[in-house]
Design a protein around this ligand. Structure first.
Ligand SMILES: Cc1ncc(COP(=O)(O)O)c(C=O)c1O
Length: 384
């Protein structure tokens, strides 16, 4: 069976980092955490990075801190893509803010920027973009809308560590990667996701492009007040020892995770490039029953999604032929029981993406031979 993701192989070279922490005898709020936060802020291109327990906490703490700072209040609205992982939306509702769901575009799979302005009301305080599947969701129009309407731009960068915003993305839309080498000079000069808005949340869940050996997350921002409020909120509400200015919680990155992430970070760009090489092979899939992403939004290919109206049959066929796959995600947020009040909402594009999406293996431990084999298996598929 070709695994969807071979974490054992990917993580083997970094096991020594965990040992170093065990030898040190220091487990929280230590040198590795400080060094990782500095290195990650430097990599992303922001002034501050605050480590926290996981990606959901990172997102939740951003909104909690804005409420604490008086920038937002319960009942305010946050625009979010309708086709995201549930955590993006949980962070909003947990703060008693109101998520306003906006459809994605079918070609980019990202929030459709042309629909955003119609969703803005006097209570809108922020737009959350989610760089889903590792693709940059930011557009110049979104930045412009935020400036004109004085909205915070929050990035959910759980899936896109190392992804760059390419300003003229729109012009590249129909290229289908043809003639695109993935490492153009123009790209190198561009800003990373996680530094494009007011604040960004990152998840280092083990399956992510930069993955820990357990749960971990971080917030990046240039806003010093926000960074210090988040740091205090994640430390029981305390900025000074045993002095509690906020009703906080405990959400910190631990030294083992920080040491592992610090060891992995220098390899992230190379790992992402390998994912890109694999993606460039996958676009050769040629089968009328399978649609591959048309748009060339820049991506670090956290997930390589393919689409089929016969998704479940295709998934079974691939399993029968030794290829493990995943679905991201089978049920859209507005159809989940936890948000049953949205059950009558209709988001046809979101629903279609959720019904047709299938994620095929795409990670740095795959060999070219394995990718070629997966492509031949995909090409040989026929709808029964
Ligand atoms: C888009 C998105 N947002 C948020 C999260 C939450 O991150 P975590 O699992 O670290 O809480 C995830 C990952 O699981 C995610 O994929």
């Amino acid at each position: 069976m070709m695994k969807y993701l071979d974490l054992k192989a990917i993580n083997k070279p970094y096991e020594h980092a965990a040992d170093e922490v065990l030898q040190s005898g220091w487990y929280l709020k230590g040198d590795y955490t400080r060094r990782f936060e500095e290195a990650y802020a430097d990599y992303i291109g922001t002034k501050f990075c605050v480590g926290c327990g996981n990606g959901l906490d990172a997102l939740t703490l951003i909104f909690r801190a804005y409420i604490e700072m008086g920038v937002m209040a319960p009942g305010d609205e946050v625009i979010v893509p309708a086709n995201t992982y549930i955590a993006s939306i949980l962070a909003v509702t947990e703060n008693r803010l109101k998520p306003v769901l906006v459809e994605p575009a079918l070609d980019t799979l990202q929030i459709d920027d042309s629909r955003i302005e119609a969703a803005i009301t006097p209570r809108t305080r922020a737009i959350m973009i989610v760089h889903l599947y590792g693709r940059c969701a930011y557009t110049s129009l979104i930045g412009d809308i935020c400036r004109r309407h004085h909205l915070k731009l929050i990035e959910d960068n759980a899936q896109a560590h190392g992804c760059r915003f390419v300003e003229d993305n729109a012009q590249l839309h129909d290229c289908r990667f043809v003639g695109y080498d993935g490492v153009s000079h123009r790209q190198e000069a561009q800003q990373l996701t996680g530094s494009l808005g007011s604040a960004a949340a990152h998840s280092f869940y083990p399956t992510k492009n930069l993955g820990a050996f357990g749960d971990a997350g971080a917030v990046t921002t240039d806003d010093e007040d926000l960074a210090s409020t988040i740091r205090a909120m994640g430390n029981y509400g305390s900025a000074r020892h045993y002095v509690f200015d906020h009703l906080g919680r405990n959400s910190r990155i631990d030294e083992i995770q920080a040491a592992i992430l610090l060891a992995k970070l220098p390899h992230l760009d190379a790992d992402n490039l390998r994912r890109k090489e694999i993606a460039l092979l996958y676009i050769n899939v040629d089968n009328p029953f399978i649609r591959i992403p048309q748009s060339l939004r820049d991506s670090v290919y956290h997930i390589f999604p393919v689409f089929s109206p016969h998704r479940d049959e295709l998934r079974q066929y691939l399993a029968d032929n030794g290829v493990q796959t995943e679905i991201h995600y089978p049920i859209p947020p507005h159809k989940q029981k936890c948000y049953k009040e949205w059950g009558t909402f209709e988001f046809p594009i979101t629903e279609r993406i959720h019904a047709e999406e299938l994620s095929i293996p795409c990670h740095q431990a795959l060999t070219d031979e394995e990718v070629t084999q997966i492509i031949s298996i995909l090409n040989a598929y026929h709808h029964q």
